[in-house]
Design a protein around this ligand. Sequence first.
Ligand SMILES: Nc1ncnc2c1ncn2[C@@H]1O[C@H](COP(=O)(O)OP(=O)(O)OP(=O)(O)O)[C@@H](O)[C@H]1O
Ligand SMILES: [Mg+2]
Length: 454
Amino acid sequence: MATRLLVIGPDGRQVAIAVDMAAAAGAAVRRVSDVAAALASLRAGRGADLVFVDLAADVRALIQGLRAERFILPVVAYGIDAAPADAVAAIRAGARDFLPLPPEAELIAALLAAASAPTRELVSASPEMARVLELARQFAPADASVLITGESGTGKEMIARFLHAHSRRAEAPFVSLNCAAIPENLLESELFGHEKGAFTGAVARRIGKFEEASGGTLLLDEVTEMDPRLQAKLLRAVQEREIDRVGGSKPVKIDIRLIATSNREMEAAVAEGRFREDLYFRLNVLTLQLPALRERPADIEPLARHFAEKHALANAKPVPRLEPAAVERLRAHAWRGNVRELENCLHRAVLLAQGDTITAGDIVLHGSTESGARQPGSDATAPVEAGVETGVGRSLAAVERDLIIDTLRHTMGNRTHAATILGISIRTLRNKLKQYGDDGVTVPASGAALGAQG
Ligand SMILES: Nc1ncnc2c1ncn2[C@@H]1O[C@H](COP(=O)(O)OP(=O)(O)OP(=O)(O)O)[C@@H](O)[C@H]1O
Ligand SMILES: [Mg+2]
């Protein structure tokens, strides 16, 4: 599926050029004139993967509106011949990045690529994974519900997208919702939508995920997190193929394929009465069990090479080779965070590597069980080579601040990369930078760095 880009702002020549570039790079572009129209479009179930918003629009109102209605989307602000202060203000308001106009095609392509994570290539080299994929191919054409189980980070969403891509619904939307991430009282409206005035705060009709996925596939993550009342409604949706919007007066027909995931023992939830058995049987018509990464060691090296290549390309660096000692270190690790942990590790290694080789010292592992395997002489736990003073007598906050700022310098102001190296979320990084800014500390600018990276 093409990356869906929502562009918010008045018409203009420069924006038109940017939109053409995005379309040429494969994006499906929708344009609206202001923030209210953007929110209305999202409520109507016309989803987006990325938002570009004119500095002239109310960026803060947009970010707050998205947050209040739980539309989780990266926002990039743009401006024509904008002053650096405008870019900084947009980032402060919560924009992830800044796009200076006149636009550069490469920068637009990079922003789209970063937002189109779903189309990532699935790597599989182990016999364990081959068996899972063979089953998935058999299951894909059917409309029956599939339950995907596996530890966190094993690739459950990846397999769900694989099923969708190999089904007759491939051209229709793939929509996912993590039930554990939504407050209980809002989950029903998130799933089934609501009518205007259904409850305090329901300012307009909003389409739910079931309707947004119409004709396609709906992935429900962590279904065991649903309360019993909602489980009953989900059962009805699965059985009757119709749903009720919150506050709605008549049921709405739905045509979706449902995929559910669980990284806990679902049987246990059923046995303990926390999860309805009839719903369990409805969701679990077909099952795919994803093995943990440590149970398919033959995948570790090919995945590592794949991620090294992917992140090198994304950072305009030469694709590095992996020193044998680095591969050994990867093989010896327990990978409790599975493929996600491996990807983060390689992302960091690519940024840390000097020249065209990833050495054992570039492989930074957390909570490892492989202390014996550490390479002598390599300081594997040092996050960056930068000289941060960690001497006794300084407060933790001061050391943290210096480390963060040094890391940002190292990434030339790129916050996404800095957060990855530091092992914290973008949100945490942003909050800390805001704090430092408020404290009067100079922080490497991110708008400038983006321009420099092209
Ligand atoms: N076989 C694979 N090939 C390439 N990348 C993979 C593979 N499996 C997982 N990944 C990558 O690892 C990360 C985690 O995968 P995914 O989100 O599918 O896991 P998950 O099981 O849904 O995790 P969670 O339980 O936390 O929701 C993603 O960035 C995904 O692209
Ligand atoms: Mg997932």
